[in-house]
Design a protein around this ligand. Structure first.
Ligand SMILES: C[S@@+](CC[C@H](N)C(=O)[O-])C[C@H]1O[C@@H](n2cnc3c(N)ncnc32)[C@H](O)[C@@H]1O
Length: 254
């Protein structure tokens, strides 16, 4: 068993091409990397926790950053290691093998939705805080509690009573479960409301500087250029973050 991931999440990733995900989800990749470029204008030491197969690590290393990727899935780390432009190792966001105050930036783009218990998410955020130097930046990603509602409206999935039940639970509790095994309906995870994400990051001792909706309102329409304009228009109005699938909290360690 993989530490940090329940067996069904592990099975999900074993049957899924994670390395291709951000090629298909263009707007998520471009918008996330725009935020990272703005926050990290000069080369720094970055820890990419839950970095998957290294899409963002590779891009950051290409920008001159000194990157270490940590991920719970050994298969993802193997793929990341093959890149060779940054370091990668297996690890758990809740217990990082990293010295205190040793990095300028932590990406937590995955663990906060995979850790379904608040206590575990708090532990992952506490670890990010511990390894960051004072003044360092945390980019913490979450999935919005409304993501399945929007996705299921654009795809034909709300025609399926099983998906309707998934959406009902996401909206009511944030606890996303997929007993069907449908690969596009994801796996055991926790979906945040924007204010919950902010509260959890603040509770770990960070100053939350921004709460960003990643994809903006156009993510389901399949028109990348128009979606980018829509996302930029929505940026000025943080209450529109729920129209995105992913949320980012930018936290600063005081
Ligand atoms: C959907 S992928 C996201 C990958 C990449 N960060 C991105 O934004 O595209 C989520 C990743 O988080 C990893 N993960 C989940 N829980 C974790 C934990 N407790 N510690 C480390 N990695 C974890 C998973 O193995 C998976 O590779």
């Amino acid at each position: 068993m993989t530490p940090g991931l329940p067996p069904e999440a592990e099975a999900h990733y074993r049957g899924y091409d994670e390395d291709d995900r951000l090629a298909r989800h263009w707007i998520e990749r471009v918008r996330t990397q725009q935020v990272l470029a703005r926050l990290l204008p000069e080369p720094v030491v970055v820890l990419d926790v839950g970095g998957g197969t290294g899409i963002h690590s590779r891009w950051l290393a290409d920008q001159g950053h000194h990157v270490t990727l940590v991920d719970a899935m050994p298969e993802h780390v193997e793929q990341a290691e093959a890149d060779g432009t940054y370091t990668a190792r297996v690890g758990d966001a809740r217990s990082l093998d990293q010295a205190p105050e040793s990095v300028e930036a932590v990406l937590l783009l995955g663990p906060l939705y995979h850790l379904v218990d608040l206590e575990d998410r708090s532990q992952a955020l506490a670890e990010a805080h511990r390894v960051l130097r004072p003044g360092g930046v945390l980019v913490a990603g979450a999935i919005s509690y409304a993501a399945s509602l929007l996705d299921g409206t654009a795809q034909p999935w709300l025609d399926d009573e099983r998906f309707v039940e998934i959406v009902r639970a996401d909206l009511a509790t944030g606890q996303h479960r997929n007993p069907t095994g449908h690969p596009e309906w994801f796996t055991t995870t926790y979906f945040h409301r924007p204010e919950q994400l902010r509260e959890e990051v603040e509770a770990a001792g960070f100053d939350v500087e921004e709460l960003i909706g990643v994809e903006g309102p156009g993510w389901l329409l399949g028109e990348p250029e128009r979606a980018l304009v829509a996302a930029e228009l929505a940026d000025a109005h943080p209450e529109l973050a729920v129209l995105s699938a992913h949320l980012l909290a930018v936290g600063r360690r005081p």
